[in-house]
Design a protein around this ligand. Structure first.
Ligand code: NAP
Length: 495
């Protein structure tokens, strides 16, 4: 018998125990989907004291998701209450916590437990947390997120700064901002959201720009009470909205960026160029804000109000490079000291870390650090050769960037479930991608990456140490197709 997704569920189930690492969006999803599919023996491990992942960690002023909220929701938990087309971070965090609570996951989560080691011994994963707690599981789901290790810039004198200094993902809410002089280093999605949110509150805002960014304009209207009532009364309307936005995103964006010459890509570029020309009146400032590379080469920044914010009388765009940080502020290469009370590093994340520093040791004592000595590689971003029964959500080389990672994780989880069914039915005791399939996938991915807009001449966190985008280089439909069913020949099975 096949399910709607075409999956053949195991009829007689071997009792499998699961360890899910991380209680963010993907961990919560995993627990819910396991439960739905009759796998009740699992524990979620979460290093922090709350669920919510990236939305728990990123609490900076202006934090929001620039993927539309009705797409950035679980397909099985539409939310008629979203306040805006692009809702703020605290609402998203509350959504994940509510869904976890409604599914009884708080009781299934060991909060404050950071797993530091996972080792495959005699067919089972042995886990050890920093606290000394240990556990064993047949299957590990690494739902550890993508961007969660802050990149601290290598700038001289950071430790000399006399005011408050912190990374955007470690916001210090004890620090007063109103009426202060704030410096922001970085013009990625985060820096842009911070600048827009803070400029009206502070005495002076200095934005230190190393590289200009293209800005895609995007209105962010609130949903009216009437609209929300309509969503509540007609949940099927929300399902339709989810599907429509997903299609729009795939066709208008996901498929565009993987083909640098596509007409959709040209439309995105025109919209960004037009936004700059129309919105920035001072020609000198306009040129400083004009990137010298193609739109969407770096992860596209989406903002309704950044250009307004940076043109505020109390805002300054600083394009001279940072020489060093001093007690009183930031000294730039022109010798000027930009005096500051608060300095925010919106300098991004170490995108190649994934579940590390957790030590993972697979079959035959092979460590993840060895497997990833050159760079992170995984078959379809899910499975690593010699690491049986260990599956990643949003692992290396998947669709990341301007996508709904929820949609990505849902597709990945249904794929993983089909492999889990093989274990549960007794068809095999161990399953992981073969070296051959992984090598072939990686070679094909690297080749396909050449056509993408990410390789058209910019520096970004998408690029690996060789300058090759580490993201999914094909249209989103191909991802859907791949996720529909594992190719039997791509996996090695034992037992
Ligand atoms: P980012 O895109 O990596 O941007 C980091 C910024 O810091 C860049 O402007 C970079 O300049 C600058 N920078 C780094 N080191 C520097 C140094 N030593 N001196 C001067 N400038 C330096 O990081 P992010 O803005 O935190 O965004 C990361 C990703 O998180 C996004 O791309 C997105 O995928 C996700 N995100 C999503 C949302 C959302 O709404 N969905 C919001 C925020 C973040 P260069 O460009 O010159 O390297």
């Amino acid at each position: 018998m096949e399910t709607e997704e075409g999956r053949t569920p195991a009829t007689t189930k071997r009792d499998l125990r699961f360890a899910i690492i991380g209680a963010g969006m993907a961990g919560i999803l995993s627990a819910i989907r396991l439960e739905e599919n009759g796998f009740h023996d699992y524990t979620l491990y979460e290093k922090a004291d709350r669920a919510g992942g990236t939305w728990r960690e990123n609490t900076y002023p202006g934090v929001a998701c620039d993927v539309p909220s009705h797409l950035y929701s679980y397909s099985f938990a539409p939310n008629p209450e979203w306040s805006h087309r692009f809702s703020p971070g605290d609402e998203i965090e509350a959504y994940f916590e509510r869904i976890a609570r409604e599914h009884g996951l708080e009781a299934r989560t060991r909060f404050g437990e950071e797993i530091e080691r996972c080792e495959f011994v005699d067919g089972r994963w042995h886990l050890r947390a920093k606290s000394g707690l240990t556990d064993e599981a047949d299957v590990v789901i690494a739902a550890t997120g993508v961007l969660h290790h802050p990149a601290i810039p290598d700038i001289e004198g950071l430790e000399d700064f006399g005011g408050a200094l912190f990374h955007s993902a470690r916001w210090d809410h004890g620090v007063a901002l109103d009426g202060q002089r704030i410096g922001v280093i970085g013009t990625g999605s985060t820096g842009v959201q911070i600048v827009s949110a803070l400029v009206s509150r502070v005495r002076k805002l200095s934005l230190f720009q190393r590289t200009a960014q293209w800005i895609m304009p995007q209105e962010n209207p609130p949903y009216s009470e009437q609209e929300k009532a309509g969503f509540r009364a007609h949940p099927e309307e929300l399902q339709r909205l989810h599907a429509d936005i997903s299609k729009l995103f795939a066709e208008g964006f996901a498929n565009a960026v993987v083909d640098a010459d596509s007409p959709q890509m040209k439309a995105i570029e025109e919209a960004c160029r037009d936004n700059l020309e129309r919105s920035v009146t001072d020609p000198v400032l306009r040129e400083k804000l004009r990137p010298n590379y193609r739109a969407a080469c770096k992860r596209l920044v989406i903002s309704p109000d950044f250009y307004d914010a940076i043109q505020s009388p109390n805002a300054e765009l600083v394009t001279e490079s940072i020489e060093r940080v001093e007690a009183g502020g930031v000294r730039t290469s022109d010798g000027r000291l930009h005096e500051l009370d608060v300095l925010v590093m919106a300098t991004g994340f170490r995108a190649d870390r994934f579940m590390r520093p957790m030590q993972v040791v697979g079959r035959g004592g092979r460590s993840l650090d060895e497997a990833w000595a050159e760079r992170p590689v995984a078959y379809l971003s899910i499975s690593i050769p010699h690491f049986p029964n260990f599956f990643m959500l949003n692992g290396p080389n998947g669709p990341v960037g301007n996508f709904s990672l929820i949609e990505v994780a849902e597709l990945q989880f249904d794929y993983i479930l089909q492999l889990v069914d093989e274990l549960a039915s007794g068809a095999c005791r161990e399953v992981c991608a073969s070296e051959e399939a992984t090598r072939a996938f990686d070679a094909e991915r690297v080749e396909a990456a050449r056509k993408t807009v990410w390789t058209t001449g910019c520096h970004s966190w998408y690029l690996d140490d060789r300058g090759i985008p580490a993201t999914w280089p094909w249209p989103f439909d191909r991802f859907r197709e791949e996720m529909a069913r594992p190719r039997p020949e791509a996996f090695e099975r034992l037992g």
